[in-house]
Structures are given as structure tokens and as C-alpha cells.
Write a protein that binds this ligand. Structure first.
Ligand code: NAP
Ligand code: ZN
Length: 349
């Protein structure tokens, strides 16, 4: 038994998205049924739809930036009630028993976290994401969206928000720290807002200066074009922390040169091709090159509460379901200010 819901799916690798219907399971005792209001479009959706990261499962219903309202709860659910404003991010399950799950870092689950889409659940069923009307998710993977953040601008926080909050928090972005953000897209613009709210001095490193005014409004103090080679001389040795949010391959050595002694560059951007660097770019100044994957469930709730407290939501362009292929094309061309969000009531309408 299951419920049929409307969705938008990628039928085959690299194919355009098209309307479809999918089945959502009947509620288990610990499940929450969510009426989806908005689903953000993350560049990871594009990578997976094109199999940039390897073989994927099709048809694929992408979407791991989900905001909506609880429509029903299973018999054992006490944390949520019908009508609650909730979100779902990149994971919908994990083993719950390994050291990483017990530490609240379910993304590193030793049995593998179950991704919101393009995954296979512990029950053997494929997972389908947020470009749909409804979703059923285990209560432990449902987040509470605080009052004070509207659902549309909250949706992107479930991936872009946590993916930038977690490394900024971990690597100590705060007063007295100079933080650079490479790429002013979905993740990048959240990184600027969050790092500025944490009290850091933020610089945007974008391909050109065309979004400069926006970047400064979002909270950056400085804004430089990486297409201008002099940028790499002017900013040499300046930053404590660089967050790379770029979806494509970058000349890593050039960016490492912008770190002060002991500074760290953290990659969250996830291009399909390998990145490379020269050992001396690190050795010469005790620099650190690191990575970061989303964030655990407790930290995601912490991030949502932080954003509510600081009045932070995403800058969005809301689209109807029929505009999703156009949005994908614009994201490929770095033409997004700064996150597309699908209005779920237009799916299947
Ligand atoms: P996005 O909205 O498309 O933003 C990426 C930005 O990177 C663009 O706006 C552009 O900024 C810059 N860029 C794009 N192509 C470039 C190129 N060839 N050279 C230099 N800069 C370029 O993407 P997103 O949704 O923020 O996602 C960014 C990356 O993070 C993706 O690879 C995604 O898969 C990954 N991701 C990782 C995690 C994780 O857990 N680590 C989570 C979510 C997403 P400018 O126009 O300002 O230059
Ligand atoms: Zn994402």
C-alpha cells in the first residue's frame, strides 16, 4: 500500500525533467508525512542528473532542500504534529548506532547515510526527493523550521545553509577572522550571509564583478574578480579561511596562495573531475586543505535556529514546475540570484 503523488523526474542521465507520479510509502510508526511547499534546486541535483558523480538511479526525482507542513504523523511520533512547519535536507535515514550517528554526524554513518533521492533505503526501496507534492520521512530526519523564517526562503537552508554553516563553524569563522568565499551561487551567497552573521570579515571571490553590489549587500566587505589576475597578487596571504563553493574545477594553488600561515581552504564544491595542487602550496605556509560534507541533523537544527535568530533566509527566485529545465540551464551558466525554489503546488497542477 502506498500513496501516489505528483513529481518532476529526470527520466535518464542528462535528459530534461518531466512530470510524473511516484509512490510514497504508508506511514510507519516513526514516519512523518509532509505536504511539500517549496523545494530548492541545488547544483548537486544537476551533477547527479548528469551522472557527474558516477552511476545514478533513474528515473530520479531530485530535491534535498525541502520545506513544508506536517500532514500526518505515525503512531509513535511525539516530536511533530499536524500543521508544524518542517524541513528535510540531504539525508532521510542512517543506521543510528555507529559512532558517527551517535555523535550526531549521520552524514558519515558507517552503513552509509540514506540520501533523500538517488539512494536506496534500508528497506531496499529507491528514494525520491523534494520535487514533488508530498514526502514521507522518518521523524529523526525531519527538522523544525523556526517561526520567523518563511518556508520559501527556508528551503535552501536545508542544504546550502548547512553545507556552509558547518565548515564556517568548525573552522572558527568569527570576529577577527578574514574569510573568503569562492563563487557567489546558492552555497556561496549563504556562506557570505552566515559568515558575516558570525562576525567574520568576508570577501567574495567571483569570476567577475557583475554581482558585486549584491555581494556587499549580503554582508561582504570586499569583492574581487578572479578573472583579473592581479586579484591573486593583491590578496596574497590575506585569509584565515577560504570556502570553495565552486561546482567546477579550479586552479587550487592560486587560491592556496591567498591563505595566511596556518590558514585553511575548505572545499564544499563537488565537481566530477579531480582537483590538484602542488605540495609546496601547503608546505610553504603550514596551510590546510580540507573538505566538508553537509552537516549532521543536530547541527542542521542549530543552523536553522541561528538563521532565524539573525533573520537569515536565502535570496530566491521562485519558479513553477514547468520552468525547471530553464532553471537548470541558467544554473549551468552561473546565472542565478541566488537559489531557484520550485513552488510545489505547481507540480502536477
Ligand atoms: P551554484 O549555485 O551553481 O553556484 C556555483 C558558483 O560557482 C557559481 O554561481 C559561480 O559563481 C561559480 N562557478 C561556476 N562555474 C565556475 C567556473 N567554471 N569557474 C569558476 N567559478 C565557477 O551551485 P551550488 O548549488 O552553490 O553548489 C556548488 C557546489 O557545491 C556544487 O558542486 C555542489 O554539488 C556542491 N555541494 C556540495 C555539498 C557538500 O556537502 N559538500 C553540498 C551541496 C552542494 P560566480 O558567478 O560568483 O563566479
Ligand atoms: Zn545540495
Amino acid at each position: 500500500m502506498s500513496t501516489t503523488t505528483h513529481a518532476i523526474a529526470v527520466p535518464a542521465p542528462g535528459a530534461p525533467l518531466a512530470p510524473t507520479t511516484i509512490e510514497r510509502r504508508d506511514l510507519r510508526p516513526d514516519d512523518v508525512l509532509i505536504d511539500i511547499a517549496y523545494a530548492g534546486i541545488c547544483h548537486s541535483d544537476l551533477h547527479q542528473a548528469k551522472e557527474d558523480w558516477g552511476q545514478a538511479i533513474f528515473p530520479m526525482v531530485p530535491g534535498h532542500e525541502i520545506a513544508g507542513v506536517v500532514a500526518a504523523v505515525g503512531s509513535d511520533v511525539t516530536k511533530y504534529q499536524v500543521g508544524d512547519r518542517v524541513g528535510v535536507g540531504c539525508m532521510v535515514d542512517s543506521c543510528g548506532e555507529c559512532e558517527y550517528c551517535l555523535a550526531g554526524t549521520e552524514q558519515f554513518c558507517l552503513k552509509g547515510n540514506i540520501q533523500t533521492y538517488n539512494g536506496v533505503g534500508f528497506d531496499g526501496e529507491n528514494t525520491y526527493g523534494g520535487y514533488s507534492n508530498q514526502i514521507v520521512v522518518k521523524d529523526a530526519f525531519v527538522l523544525r523550521i523556526p517561526e520567523g523564517i518563511e518556508l520559501d526562503v527556508a528551503a535552501p537552508l536545508l542544504c546550502a545553509g548547512i553545507t556552509t554553516y558547518s565548515p564556517l563553524h568548525h573552522w572558527g569563522a568569527g570576529p577577527g577572522k578574514k574569510v573568503a568565499v569562492i563563487g557567489l551561487g546558492g552555497l556561496g551567497h549563504m556562506a557570505v550571509k552566515i559568515a558575516a552573521a558570525m562576525g567574520a570579515e568576508v570577501t567574495v571571490l567571483s569570476q567577475s564583478l557583475k554581482k558585486r553590489e549584491d555581494g556587499l549587500k549580503l554582508g561582504a566587505k570586499d569583492y574581487y574578480a578572479t578573472g583579473d589576475e592581479s586579484t591573486f597578487d593583491v590578496l596574497r596571504g590575506k585569509f584565515d579561511l577560504i570556502l570553495n563553493t565552486v561546482s567546477a574545477k579550479l586552479p587550487v594553488d592560486a587560491y592556496l596562495g591567498l591563505l595566511r600561515v596556518g590558514g585553511a581552504m575548505v572545499n564544499v564544491g563537488a565537481p566530477g573531475e579531480p582537483l590538484s595542487y602542488h605540495a609546496f602550496s601547503l608546505i610553504g605556509a603550514n596551510r590546510v586543505l580540507a573538505g566538508s560534507m553537509i552537516g549532521g541533523i543536530p547541527e542542521t537544527q542549530q543552523m536553522l535556529d541561528f538563521c532565524a535568530e539573525h533573520g537569515i533566509g536565502a535570496e530566491i527566485e521562485t519558479i513553477s514546475a514547468d520552468k525547471v529545465n530553464e532553471a537548470y540551464e541558467r544554473i549551468e551558466n552561473s546565472d542565478v540570484r541566488y537559489r531557484f525554489v520550485i513552488d510545489a503546488k505547481t507540480i502536477g497542477a
